[in-house]
Design a protein around this ligand. Structure first.
Ligand code: NAG
Ligand code: NAG
Ligand code: NAG
Ligand code: NAG
Length: 376
């Protein structure tokens, strides 16, 4: 049946909607809270209509006027929202989760699945712990304890997820002993089964004392990721103290195996005091088109790549690393850390496997500035 409602949308809204999703989008805004270990309560409202209450264990349903299904986990604290159409625009705002401890198998506190235009804004996660208790031998979750954003096979076109002005503080994922790698202490971003391109923008978000196995704060798999005006402090992981980024999707081009390389762009952000047991004290990239600008990297620790670890030589493009400051990273300089493009390298912030050091022919120049010409 034809929908004539779309003609009544204001022009700006329509332009935005065209850019994101089908023009007759239903705009749903939810505010949830699960505070001080207490169960989840909240409301969602679509196009400013009557709120739907979302409360406690087992509550589930379809949000009126949308194709969004919600369900609250048996633990009464974790909720899952599944969009069945690209017309659903879903926003979580002013939401609070605090002092929650749950086991290794329970789902993330907020799971957003198959939604092509979802946003989490103005929300906080504080004092969240995923421990390693595994009651009844349940199957461990592969995601961190806060937010998982996952693609669905219905999504064949480009889709978006936005994080704006969110704060994550003291989010602990106890290091797994089960062989399962949990991803993303704050955000687990995974294109998963979607055929379309996943785009993620994280703006004005703060991550303090956040840990997980892969990507202390953010793990991105097969997503184009931009992190802008954000701050990561005291993060911990096995790989990627703050961010773990990987392109895993395989394409066969004329029968030749290639990977669909995703873009990671770090802009005007601050990364301080990160630790990775293995690679990338602050950031680890496993296949990506990497851009880093106007950002500050300070004090990373790792077995390899104290601050930023790029696992593939091709991930590094000199003119895409611009205007950054690198302090207390590695004391050993490679050709990737030389005076160029406004970077201040008091230590070497970008590292990769040894063979990458020959990528640029000229030697590193951590040398002092040239002596002034003799006077007179
Ligand atoms: C939703 O919750 C509010 C506040 O607890 C209550 O007043 C209202 O009746 C509830 N609405 C429905 C439809 O249950
Ligand atoms: C977040 O808060 C800011 C400032 O109060 C507000 O302008 C913005 O609309 C909020 N974002 C959302 C998605 O509600
Ligand atoms: C950057 O993010 C902070 C919150 O972390 C916010 O207060 C500030 O307005 C943002 N600045 C810009 C230029 O967006
Ligand atoms: C990486 O991304 C930049 C910026 O979008 C683009 O110009 C460049 O061609 C890409 N590089 C590769 C190797 O795909």
């Amino acid at each position: 049946m034809a929908n004539t409602m779309q003609c009544t949308l204001p022009v700006l809204m329509a332009l935005l909607a065209v850019a994101l999703v089908h023009p007759s989008a239903a705009k749903t805004v939810c505010t949830l809270s699960a505070v001080a270990g207490v169960v989840l309560t909240g409301t969602c409202s679509t196009n400013g209509g009557a709120p739907t209450n979302i409360t406690g264990a087992g509550s589930s349903g379809v949000l009126p006027g949308t194709t969004i299904t919600y369900s609250v986990n048996a633990n009464a604290r974790a909720s899952r929202f599944v969009c069945a159409s690209n017309n659903d625009v879903l926003t979580f705002t002013a939401s609070v989760w605090s002092d929650q401890t749950f086991n290794i198998c329970e789902p993330s506190l907020l799971e957003i699945v198959g939604c092509s235009g979802a946003t989490v804004a103005n929300s906080t996660f504080t004092g969240i712990t995923r421990n390693i208790a595994q009651p009844g031998g349940c199957a461990p979750s592969k995601y961190g304890p806060c937010i998982a954003v996952l693609g669905g096979n219905r999504q064949t076109g480009n889709w978006w997820f936005f994080s704006t002005s969110n704060t994550f503080t003291s989010v602990i994922t106890d290091l797994s002993t089960t062989g399962v790698t949990r991803r993303g202490g704050a955000f687990a971003l995974d294109r998963a089964e979607s055929g379309g391109k996943m785009n993620v923008l994280v703006v004005g978000s703060t991550f303090t004392s956040v840990s997980c196995d892969s990507g202390g704060s953010i793990s991105a798999t097969d997503a184009d990721l931009t992190v802008r005006n954000s701050t990561c402090t005291s993060n911990l992981a096995v790989n990627g103290g703050c961010i773990h980024f990987q392109s895993l999707q395989k394409d066969f081009l004329d029968g030749i195996l290639t990977y669909a390389i995703r873009k990671i762009s770090l802009e005007r952000s601050t990364f301080t005091t990160g630790t990775a047991n293995n690679q990338g004290g602050l950031v680890a990239v496993y296949r990506g088109n990497v851009s880093i600008s106007g950002s500050t990297f300070t004090q990373g620790e790792a077995r390899e790549g104290q601050c930023v670890w790029l696992n593939e030589c091709a991930d590094y493009t000199e003119d895409q690393i611009v205007g950054n400051t690198w302090t207390e990273c590695s004391t050993t300089f490679t050709t990737w850390c030389r005076a160029n493009n406004g970077n201040v390298w008091t230590s070497c912030g970008v590292e990769g496997p040894p063979q990458c050091s020959t990528q640029f022919p000229s030697p590193p120049s951590p040398s002092p500035s040239p002596s002034p010409p003799p006077l007179g």
